[in-house]
Design a protein around this ligand. Sequence first.
Ligand code: ZN
Length: 155
Amino acid sequence: MNRVDACPSCGAAVAGGAEGCQRLFDELSVRLTSSGNLPYTVRRLAVDCYCLQHPDSYCVSAKSLAAHLTGLCWAMEFEGGEPGLKALQAWLNGRVPLVKPAIPSSRGLLTVRDVFDEQDSLGLAVARWAHATWAAYADLHPITRRWVMEAARRG
Ligand SMILES: [Zn+2]
């Protein structure tokens, strides 16, 4: 019996709902890691997207939400390189008073399913996923940009 239902968190059509969605992402992570021509930043972007589309599991604290949102913002609106990601991490490891904003109920028109089904260009598929996820979080763009600027000032 091949039951297909939707992940309650991201809406992906996947057998097994939330658990099936996690399995899909775990398999995708293996493909992203073993595909030697993809830089670390692409794998990191995929993690940020998946976590932001599953905030009940991965963005429970304000800090974890800030980590994934600033990572995505850094990729979308700044130069996206690894040194910047390290600066963001260092900022988050410090004592930062963060207030967790409300998370949008709609988390993006593309999901891990769309990336998983891509056979040719995983890098492009992850980039499309990132744009869709970032667009879904539009209400949180201003606060995310403030966090990135604060990290940049301290770094
Ligand atoms: Zn899901």
